[in-house]
Design a protein around this ligand. Structure first.
Ligand SMILES: NC(=O)c1ccc[n+]([C@@H]2O[C@H](COP(=O)([O-])OP(=O)(O)OC[C@H]3O[C@@H](n4cnc5c(N)ncnc54)[C@H](OP(=O)(O)O)[C@@H]3O)[C@@H](O)[C@H]2O)c1
Length: 239
């Protein structure tokens, strides 16, 4: 199960997991055309890919997703979908805060609640949360987003402790900068240019570089890693 599979890193994850032999179920919200094209392309190649429109800000839609998929046995949950709104902290409205917390933290909380229970019954599972460097070093351009990503690290650690005795690992992956639409509001600004120039590896990440790490965490080779935040940031931050 991959949330936000219609675009960006999520679409890369759908592709990588399908090509690695997983049956993939992904969600999207607005980009129905992109989701449909991705599903058609991959099913056309013989991969098992299913998708569903879910607004992760709406609890009822999350509950519907959980009940629709209750009969399936998921090995891996990737909480990837997120919203990032650039706001001036001093004048930011509470709506921006609520949306960031609801989509970026509450939805992973609710999905993990359901998936962890099933995984623990089966004594195997992987939950992987997409956090962000902004949640680690603070993000001045989007404080509600940065706070939500810090909270997701807290959720990761708590669930790692809960799942460990039953074979379920829970980790976070923390990209620095990846060339997707989520950064559209930042690309082209002087601040963004400075950030890219300061990346020790000298460039932003590709979607495939993030997906590869998530695929590794989902597999048997990562069975002894839990509660961690893996930085995939080109050396921008070592914490
Ligand atoms: N790109 C980066 O530089 C970067 C850096 C650090 C961390 N990350 C993290 O990596 C993850 C993926 O980011 P990305 O760059 O791939 O973002 P993206 O290109 O903006 O894609 C976001 C995805 O989330 C979905 N989504 C957004 N709001 C939703 C909602 N209310 N309900 C359901 N789905 C919703 C979108 O679905 P629709 O398009 O269908 O609406 C889309 O599939 C996020 O957790 C992000 O915080 C990214």
């Amino acid at each position: 199960m991959i949330t936000g599979g219609s675009r960006g890193i999520g679409a890369g994850l759908v592709r990588s997991f399908a090509e690695a032999g997983y049956d993939v179920y992904f969600t999207y919200k607005s980009a129905a055309d992109k989701a449909g094209e991705l599903q058609a392309e991959l099913t056309g190649k013989g991969f098992a890919v299913t998708s569903k429109r879910v607004d992760l800000e709406r609890v009822a839609e999350i509950e519907e997703l959980i009940s629709d998929t209750a009969s399936k046995e998921f090995d891996v949950l990737v909480n990837n979908a997120a919203v990032l709104k650039y706001v001036d902290f001093l004048t930011a409205k509470v709506d921006v805060w609520n949306e960031a917390q609801n989509v970026n933290v509450r939805a992973p909380f609710l999905l993990s609640q359901s998936f962890l229970a099933h995984m623990m019954e089966r004594n195997w599972g992987r939950i992987i949360n997409l956090t962000s460097i902004g949640g680690q070093w603070g993000g001045t351009l989007a404080v509600p987003y940065a706070v939500s990503k810090a909270a997701l690290i807290g959720l990761t650690r708590s669930l790692a402790k809960l799942g460990a005795s039953r074979g379920v690992t829970v980790n976070a992956v923390s990209p620095g900068l990846v060339g997707t639409e989520i950064l559209a509001g930042e690309v082209g600004t002087a601040e963004y240019k400075k950030k890219v120039e300061g990346i020790p590896l000298g460039r932003i990440a590709t979607v495939e570089e993030i997906a590869g790490v998530i695929l590794f965490l989902a597999g048997d080779a990562a069975g002894y890693i839990t509660g961690q935040t893996l930085n995939v940031n080109g050396g921008m931050y070592f914490g």
